[in-house]
Design a protein around this ligand. Structure first.
Ligand code: ZN
Length: 334
């Protein structure tokens, strides 16, 4: 299997022989791999259908964003159902190298290209999404980012602090890159002081640099109606730094107050919501300690906002200014 993948251009293939090794190599890839592109799990190594689903669930939690192709001796309907329940990306027959290569290629093709906004101006619209801390943007607008990245928009996330108050900055940086990759966005990470970000000229200049680099059509940021001092400061500094940008809107953070008044609701598909959850899952150093990262809450919040767009799921936006001519954007926009 490894030889087949190498002969088709895989630069690093790492083989393991047990569930424990699979999960630990997934979470901490051996150098020089930074993030895995895809995993292949062979059911011959261990387990019945129930444990296959459990393993895939565990993988998704530990290594969000890296899809799994399941290889099986003779895939049965029950085995395929177990793989589906665990959200495997595909299932192939063991001993069919062409099938394996085709499945892996399909999976990689379906992933968003995180580097799409680097370099020259893109043909599609561009959006800059600004957050104070790692995971703010994913919680507030993860679904919108995924939806638009897959609709041809170039998306850049600007995170202004490394989130040192929430854990080890190196780990949080890694998690932030993984999350951006899951959503199909490019990430710029700055190093302002977590907990005491101000709305002074230094913060404005930091955001202006990103605005100049991205040249966005739309900027999303925290709302002013928020109990977190960093979020309010980032909102104000972004208002100033984005004064030339055609459109600015605010996403909802868990610390938003009831004064947050959304007036746009962006429809999310199941895939957008799954990608959002997966991106938030990438911040797994936070999962245990943050009540607002509970999956049920995130799902039901998206379901709730769906009532305003008459769709199943939505994310809300509070549009602050809009200088764009009518009809400028494709149908799906805020
Ligand atoms: Zn925050």
């Amino acid at each position: 299997m490894a030889e087949t993948l190498r002969s088709h251009g895989a630069s690093h293939v790492h083989c393991v022989g047990s569930v424990a090794d699979f999960l630990s190599a997934g979470a901490v890839p051996p150098a020089p791999v930074r993030l895995w592109d895809v995993a292949v799990w062979d059911t011959g190594i261990s387990g019945d259908d129930a444990s296959l689903t459990a393993l895939l669930d565990q993988w998704r939690t530990g290594v969000p964003g890296a899809p799994v192709v399941v290889s099986d001796e003779a895939p049965s309907t029950r085995r395929a159902m177990a793989a589906l329940r665990g959200r495997a990306a595909d299932m192939v027959e063991r001993g069919d190298p062409d099938g394996l290569v085709a499945a892996v290629a399909r999976v990689l093709e379906n992933r968003a290209d995180p580097l799409r906004v680097e370099g020259a101006r893109q043909a599609g619209p561009r959006m800059l999404v600004v957050g104070a801390h790692p995971d703010d943007v994913e919680i507030g607008a993860g679904g919108i980012i995924h939806r638009r990245a897959h609709g041809g928009w170039g998306i850049t996330i600007l995170t202004l602090s490394g989130g040192a108050n929430g854990g080890d900055p190196d780990r949080r940086r890694e998690e932030a890159h993984r999350a951006a990759e899951v959503l199909g966005a490019h990430l710029i990470m700055e190093n302002l002081p977590d907990g005491s970000i101000s709305d002074d000229s230094a913060t404005v200049r930091t955001i202006e640099r990103a605005v100049a680099e991205v040249d966005p059509d739309v900027v999303l940021v925290h709302s002013e109606s928020d109990t977190h001092q960093d979020h309010r400061a980032v909102h104000r500094a972004t208002l100033v730094a984005s004064r030339q940008v055609a459109r600015l809107a605010c996403y909802q953070s868990p610390s938003a107050t009831v004064a947050y008044q959304p007036n746009r609701f962006v429809e999310l598909s199941e895939a957008d919501l799954e990608a959002k959850l997966s991106a938030i899952g990438a911040h797994n150093s936070q999962a245990a300690s943050r009540w607002y990262l509970e999956e049920e809450l995130l799902r039901s919040t998206a379901r709730y906002w769906g009532r305003f767009s008459r769709t199943r799921y939505a994310e809300p936006l509070e549009l602050v200014h809009d200088n764009t001519p009518l009809g400028y954007y494709p149908a799906d926009h805020a």
